[in-house]
Design a protein around this ligand. Structure first.
Ligand code: SIN
Length: 523
């Protein structure tokens, strides 16, 4: 298969679809490459909602939302980027509603809920706790008909010469292909498959990080892997753990240990609505202290709970729990990559012709710990801006990207089960130098060069590179901050204040260095 277009978008979640739609509406020929069916990404699993200031809640302002984001982010949030992204939230949400998205209402305005770290109720939602599914549905329904969607295709490599010339792909039958284009936008989502249990779907295999590193772009803040405090504790589960949305706590649910004591008592004055890193850390401490594998979320006092949270109610029912009558067994699970490909707020990376948006990217909005429900908003805002930026960048005269045939490529790839076990054991909440080194050794011992000739091989190689990046960055940050909690360095160290670790790939080896925020000019 060979194709030619103006923009190839890799990924079909909120950021990718927003970018693709924006670019196509301005006349660009767009191809979307996606591994599964277009709605199989992480977006559809998002529950709680979209944190946004729409101007109709007395006393809430973009500045208050910025302040909450800065406070949650452990000193590493980029304030200017944050103000720019959050300030664009209202327009992005209104555009999505114009395109048909239906959010829950309360009287004449949109209903709101609250989540950890937010000073007020500013999170809009859809279908009770099915916000991501509605966002994905609306974006797919509004996708311009002239966009080509290549489902069942995995991105293998970004080609550049020196600017981007296209993308190599492989389909599910192992047939290689190439899409020639002067612009590639990575919107591949997260890294959940680095861990044995995650709230992410199976497609979240860090593909975008690997594509970007091999193309010469930088990652930053990758040690900040966010664990959601309350995934449903399903005995023996490996893979996607059902999320138990934080909005339940926003509506009054409480975390209890198995003896009925409040998990957050005496931990943080914000109690059950402390930011996510604090709550996940507190639960992890309880599990270690009591030798149990879950705590309880008591939502029996939440009014009309099964109707308000139908997705969670169904997940609970599947394991025989009636959330209206009994507490829900929960434990932390990997949830979100706070760091990623370094971009500005238009999605520009340092590589000419390469953009990135959504969870795969690091704009500086999340710092050391993402504030709940800021991610769908970031995907909407930066996705649209990135699409518009590609339009602007390609507006002048430009070199024709000649279609080039795929070349055989290979990369180091570890055994996935070994990697997941090592990361889960040593690079979760509570890490230390010895464990991080042990994880590297375990992964290294099963790593061999593999041809990138199938989805599985591409994913395994991406996971191997991403694990190396997380372990190296986590090992270098000799402190605890945000969701990087080290048991051997339990305190925050001011020498690390405001410093992000950047990761690059030089001659096939990962290199760490200070983040250079000056991104290359996109020609
Ligand atoms: C949740 O609903 O608890 C997750 C929301 C988020 O990750 O922002």
């Amino acid at each position: 298969m060979t194709a030619e277009c103006d923009l190839v978008v890799v990924g079909s979640g909120v950021a990718g679809l927003s970018a693709a739609t924006e670019a196509a509406r301005h006349g660009l020929r767009v191809v979307v490459v996606t591994k599964d069916a277009p709605d199989e990404g992480s977006t559809r699993w998002a529950q709680g909602g979209i944190a946004v200031v729409l101007g109709d809640i007395a006393g809430d302002t973009v500045e208050a939302h910025v302040a909450d984001t800065l406070a949650a982010g452990g000193g590493l949030v980029d304030e200017a980027a944050t103000r720019g992204i959050l300030g664009g939230g209202r327009a992005a949400v209104e555009a999505l509603r114009t395109d048909g998205a239906r959010f829950d209402v309360h009287g004449a305005r949109l209903a709101r809920t609250r989540e950890g770290g937010h000073g007020t109720t500013r999170v809009i939602h859809a279908g009770g706790d099915a916000t991501g599914a509605e966002v994905e549905r609306a974006l797919l329904a509004a996708l311009p008909g002239d966009i080509t969607v290549l489902a069942g295709h995995t991105a293998v490599a970004v080609r550049r010469d020196p600017r981007v010339t296209g993308l190599d792909v492989v389909d599910d039958a192992g047939v290689p292909g190439h899409v020639a284009a002067p612009a590639v936008l990575l919107a591949t989502g997260g890294i959940g498959a680095l861990y044995e249990t995650t709230t992410n779907p199976a497609v979240a295999t860090a593909d975008g990080w690997a594509l970007a590193l091999r193309a010469g772009a930088s990652l930053a803040d990758v040690e900040f892997v966010q664990f959601h405090p309350t995934a449903l504790a399903v005995p023996g589960l490996v893979g996607r753990a059902p999320l138990v949305t934080e909005a339940l706590r926003g509506e009054g649910a409480h975390l209890l240990d198995l003896a009925g004591r409040g998990v957050m008592d005496d931990v943080d004055p914000r109690g059950d609505l402390a930011p996510r890193d604090v709550v996940a850390g507190a639960i992890t401490a309880v599990l270690a202290r009591t030798g149990t594998d879950h705590v309880l979320l008591d939502a029996t006092g939440v009014p009309d709970v099964a109707r308000r949270f139908p997705t969670v109610a169904a997940s609970c029912a599947a394991i025989g729990v009636d959330l209206a009558r009994e507490p829900i067994p929960v434990r932390p699970a990997q949830h979100y990559a706070c760091g990623g490909i370094v971009t500005d707020t238009r999605g520009r990376t340092g590589v000419p012709g390469l953009w990135a948006a959504g969870e795969v990217a690091r704009t500086g909005l999340h710092g050391a710990n993402r504030l709940a429900s800021n991610s769908l908003l970031e995907g909407l805002v930066v996705g649209r801006r990135a699409g518009a930026d590609v339009v602007a960048a390609l507006a002048g005269p430009r070199p024709v990207a000649a279609p080039t045939g795929p070349v055989p490529t290979s990369a180091p790839a570890a055994d996935r089960a070994v990697l997941q076990r090592a990361m889960s054991r040593h690079a979760s909440v509570g890490r230390d130098a010895a464990g991080l080194a042990a994880a590297s050794d375990a992964i290294e011992s099963t790593t061999a060069e593999r041809a990138l000739d199938s989805r599985a091989a591409v994913e395994d190689a991406a996971l191997t590179l991403a694990a190396g990046a997380v372990l190296a960055a986590a090992g270098s940050r000799t402190e605890s901050r945000g969701c990087h909690l080290r048991s051997d360095r339990p305190r925050r160290d001011d020498r690390w204040q405001a410093s992000s670790v950047a990761v690059t790939l030089v001659d096939g080896r990962l290199r760490l260095g200070p983040l250079d925020d000056r991104l290359g000019e996109v020609a």
